[in-house]
Design a protein around this ligand. Sequence first.
Ligand code: AKG
Length: 305
Amino acid sequence: MAKLLKQPVKLALVQLACTADKTHNLAAARRQVLSAAREHGARIVVLPECFNSPYGTPYFPKYAETLLPSPPSEAASPTFHALSRIAAEAKVYLVGGSIPEFEPKSEKLFNTSLTFGPDGTLLATHRKVHLFDIDIPGKIRFKESEVLSPGDKVTMIDLPEYGKIAVAICYDVRFPELATIAARKGAFLLLYPGAFNMTTGTLHWELLARARAVDNQVYVGLCSPARDTGADYHAWGHSLIVDPNAAVLGQLDEKEGILTAELTGEKIEETRKGIPIYTQRRFDVYPDVSEEVKAEIGNPDPSLS
Ligand SMILES: O=C(O)CCC(=O)C(=O)O
């Protein structure tokens, strides 16, 4: 089998303290990404979900930027241009967390992640596919779909010197299908900018990272904003990197910080050799039940039915 990860690579997750001031957030992101590259030697750097705004449905329209047609003007998307410049300055692959995006043609809002290469070119755009709609009485109610529309694709990105990675956003991590398709298409690393909360963070954050890793025998990184108890939404923090055997290589607490880990192809190969689920799958006994499920519960986005 061809090597999934061609050479070792240092990954950094930047757990940024995100404020209501976009200009401040972009300057802070630049400082931290440069530090991840220059002081920690990272070549892939990740920012958190909604890193340049507070997280919450009232904020999405207010902070949204227009990305299409691409490339957007500086006025339409200051964040697009800031991320492109930061990636080129730091000479890293930069998974730019996510930002609220406004698409003028459809007049829809999306939660969108932009990834740039070390020369500052845009490599991929991922719009959050699964919107965060939950209601746990007495704990948390959140309905992204009141304001946002979902994306519709698995996002794979080819990093020529290393191999393929996949990017998705926060609630997307709860859907094993997305991760497994990405892994089967050859991703060595699944990255999720995310902002879990104080209820589901304790319950599921680490569990989901480890689950996606053990399901697929690939590296997984979840990158959160730092917790701000003065904000409306209290992010869980605890950004973490998990290896293909589901061991946690490192995890931050709730404060601002940079987490790094060295990823190697040998670890993926050793894991898959020891527990060879990769070649033991029984596709002959896994029927595609998606049509039956859609017939029973409908499509989550009625516009897709
Ligand atoms: O899945 C969860 O519990 C949290 C998801 C979330 O915070 C998000 O999608 O932004």
